[in-house]
Design a binder for this molecule. Structure first.
Ligand code: UT7
Length: 335
């Protein structure tokens, strides 16, 4: 097989219309705008409508993506959706997305590694292109976490939002993919999990009464893990790419907590203008947070060809990963 390069040819995002502010949350939770802002950096998040599923958000983002490049959905070889809030336990959400976009027959699969989903997805999709298996892949991070959050638990209800971010990856001569560092530790799944609804525990009446079908998180433990892994994964990805911290133009981290991002950025010596953070607007959208942040940065004209970006994520699994990436001109910008 031919070895080729890969680039992000287009990027787009979509968030549901309903915005839930910190003030809104105080109507039913014992919390305050001051607590949420100071502890997380979040001000608003988007929540999907009752009938709106993850594939609906993914499709909206993918349509915007393909429109930008006038790309027919059938010219895409493979659709990948990174999500931990799939439409169904099976079939894969990506199959529904591809068919509804009009690309019935194309390869499609989901990646479920919670908040690290986009990082793992970017690594897998890039590898499929670089090895010559496919020439064009749509990778979407999409979540409807509002459907699995315990709205009565102030420790988690305030954190999560819904949205989708999508990238079109294309084969090209130059290579944007510089390195990846992925990892996991499944020894203590209880730190961050949805216990019921899989093969270990059914979603029966007892499970529902115990809220076992909703997100449980040991916040402080996850916080410490997140800061550590953001730092170590970024360091290893840079090392593998033979780069140093000073070569990095932008750090685009998973948006879980502004304090996590700030602590890791400080340790890494990254000034705020190099660190992308839109957590105030979206909260934590798990696998969707990095591509949404990338899409907004590109819309704002912040990122230029040649820039080195480190994407870094962490979350349930526990899992983590970082990808070092050299930005190239979008398809709409030409060469
Ligand atoms: O993407 C997946 C990865 N997830 C994460 O990375 C999340 C990581 N964890 C966090 O971001 C933080 O741990 C939280 C934002 C979840 C919590 O912040 P914290 O500073 O770690 O607070 P805490 O859990 O230690 O709680 C401190 C206090 C407690 O009260 P007492 O026991 O000190 O009286 C909580 O009950 O704050 C209380 N508290 C709240 N108060 C007002 C917890 N949630 C709230 C709230 N409003 N929403």
């Amino acid at each position: 097989m031919n070895q080729t390069g890969v680039k992000i040819a287009a990027v787009a995002h979509y968030a549901p219309a309903r915005i839930v502010t910190n003030e809104d949350l105080t109507r039913w939770l014992d919390t305050s705008d001051e607590w949420i802002t100071s502890r997380t950096g979040m001000k608003r998040r988007h929540w999907a409508a009752p009938g709106q599923a993850t594939s609906d958000l993914a499709i909206a983002a993918a349509r915007r993506l393909l429109e930008q490049t006038n790309c027919d959905p059938n010219e895409v070889d493979c659709y990948i959706v990174a999500t931990c809030t799939a439409d169904y336990p099976f079939p894969a959400t990506a199959c529904i997305v591809a068919s509804k976009l009009g690309a019935k027959g194309k390869a499609a699969f989901d990646i479920e590694i919670a908040c690290s989903g986009f990082i793992y997805g970017l690594t897998v999709a890039s590898s499929l292109i670089r090895s010559g298996v496919y020439r064009r892949i749509v990778l979407i991070g999409a979540e409807t976490l509002s459907k699995i959050v315990n709205k009565g638990d102030r420790g988690t209800a305030i954190l999560f939002g819904d949205g989708a971010g999508a990238v079109l990856l294309e084969a090209t001569q130059e290579d944007s993919f510089l390195s990846a560092d992925l990892g996991s530790d499944g020894s203590r799944p209880e730190i961050l999990l949805v216990e019921a609804g899989g093969s270990r525990r059914a979603t029966d009446a007892a499970a529902i009464a115990a809220n076992a079908h909703l997100i449980h998180m040991a916040g402080r433990e996850v916080f410490k893990f997140a800061v550590n892994k953001m730092i170590s994964a970024t360091g290893r990805a840079l090392e593998k790419a033979h780069l140093t911290k000073s070569d990095v133009d932008f750090l685009i981290p998973h948006q879980a907590n502004k304090r996590i991002i700030d602590a890791a950025a400080k340790y890494l010596g990254m000034p705020p203008e190099k660190v992308v953070c839109n957590i105030h607007e979206y909260g934590n959208t798990s696998a969707a947070s990095i591509p949404i942040a990338l899409s907004e940065s590109v819309e704002q004209g912040r990122i230029a060809p040649g820039n080195v970006i480190v994407f870094v994520g962490f979350g349930g699994g526990l899992s983590w990963g970082a990808v070092a990436w050299r930005w190239q001109a979008l398809a709409s910008e030409g060469r």
